[in-house]
Design a protein around this ligand. Structure first.
Ligand SMILES: C[C@](O)(CO)[C@H](O)COP(=O)(O)OP(=O)(O)OC[C@H]1O[C@@H](n2ccc(N)nc2=O)[C@H](O)[C@@H]1O
Ligand SMILES: Nc1ncnc2c1ncn2[C@@H]1O[C@H](COP(=O)(O)OP(=O)(O)OP(=O)(O)O)[C@@H](O)[C@H]1O
Length: 306
């Protein structure tokens, strides 16, 4: 392996996210439809004399400082990419040495899985070039973050367990429909630490369902393909209740996305990003309206990453 390779690291959104209970290990069981989107970071991997991280921070929000803290301008050893490489190299006689150049667009604390995507895409690349076997990569993914296993093969999937049970759900015949859907992401300076969001749910230890989301990923996916707003309106994200209580303005953003024609709108993951899904029409007008109404937010158009 001598040349460099640039890899896209897609963000994900959750269409429906149910959290029925807490487990004895402190993690929570989830049930969600994960959809990768074409809002991406870019990771360039180049063989080098030493292992190091170089970054370009393209996050246009105050939360850009969270990423600065884990860049070469802060403490790069805290970056998930470097933590993963350290774990891989601990088990090798000859350490892997790369320059990892990350162009960062996906904000942290947004529920978009940005850091997890960087990690999953790097692991996938190392599998592809024969430097890591699949089962070791999966174990590293699982042990470094609940969202990372999904990004080893980022495609529309029903995700359960704590995030490690992943069933790809889309078929080739769905492609045209999925491509016809346009989304808008509303990004803000609000950071929701994932750990706090889970503990605010106050879920019981035993597997009795307290979820309000009623999220069946299969049902959510069918309704998405059919654009069935009625079924989709019954599919929710359990985190909205606790996050909207702390940040009521986010509920207003979701309502505005629905008011301007979304057939579905929701918070992603544990927040704070809010997304709306639209049939492909009047995108420019929609973005102009949202940007004028919410000047403190970034309205980012997206499609699915297929
Ligand atoms: C909210 C989601 O984005 C939904 O897709 C994910 O569940 C979050 O996954 P993540 O950010 O990769 O989470 P991790 O970095 O592994 O965990 C952060 C913290 O969130 C809590 N956590 C996370 C995932 C999970 N299924 N149950 C949890 O209780 C744990 O307290 C954990 O210490
Ligand atoms: N490569 C990385 N990209 C982003 N954040 C990183 C990275 N490595 C470490 N971090 C740290 O991880 C924290 C969480 O970042 P991440 O991008 O996973 O956001 P998130 O919105 O919490 O994701 P989730 O969808 O899992 O809720 C950041 O605040 C940052 O300190």
């Amino acid at each position: 392996m001598s040349s460099s390779k640039t890899l896209l690291c897609p963000a994900k959104i959750n269409l429906g996210l149910a959290v029925p209970f807490r487990r004895p290990d402190g993690y929570h069981e989830i049930e969600s439809l994960f959809l990768p989107i074409d809002f991406c970071d870019e990771l360039t991997v180049t063989p080098a004399a030493s292992l190091h991280l170089r970054t370009e921070n393209l996050i246009e929000l105050s939360t850009r400082s969270d990423f600065e803290a884990v860049s070469e301008r802060g403490d790069p050893e805290k970056n998930l990419l470097m933590r993963l490489m350290a774990a891989i190299n601990r088990g090798r006689a000859e350490p892997l040495r790369f320059e990892l150049f990350l162009r960062k667009r996906i904000p942290s604390g947004a529920g978009l899985g940005g850091g997890s995507s960087n990690a999953g895409i790097l692991l996938r690349y190392l599998i592809e070039v024969g430097l890591l076997d699949r089962s070791h990569a999966f174990e590293l993914a699982r042990s470094h973050g609940a969202d990372i296993p999904f990004f080893l093969d980022a495609r529309p999937s029903a995700v359960t367990g704590i995030g490690e049970i992943i069933e790809p759900i889309s078929q080739e015949k769905d492609r045209a429909r999925l491509k016809s859907i346009r989304g808008v992401l509303m990004l803000s300076d609000v950071v929701v630490p994932t750990k706090n969001a889970y503990s605010e749910l106050k879920r019981p230890l035993q597997p009795t369902s307290q979820s309000k989301a009623g999220s069946s990923p299969g049902r959510a996916y069918q309704a998405l393909l059919e654009g069935d707003a009625k079924v989709l309106s019954q599919i929710g994200n359990d985190f909205e209740e606790v996050v909207f209580r702390l940040h009521p303005e986010l509920a207003g953003v979701k309502d505005a996305l629905l008011d301007c024609g979304a057939f579905y709108a929701s918070m992603s993951g544990s927040g704070s990003a809010i997304f709306g899904l639209y049939d492909r029409m009047q995108e420019d007008e929609r973005l102009a309206f949202l940007r004028q109404r919410f000047p403190a937010y970034r309205a980012v158009p997206f499609g699915f990453f297929l």
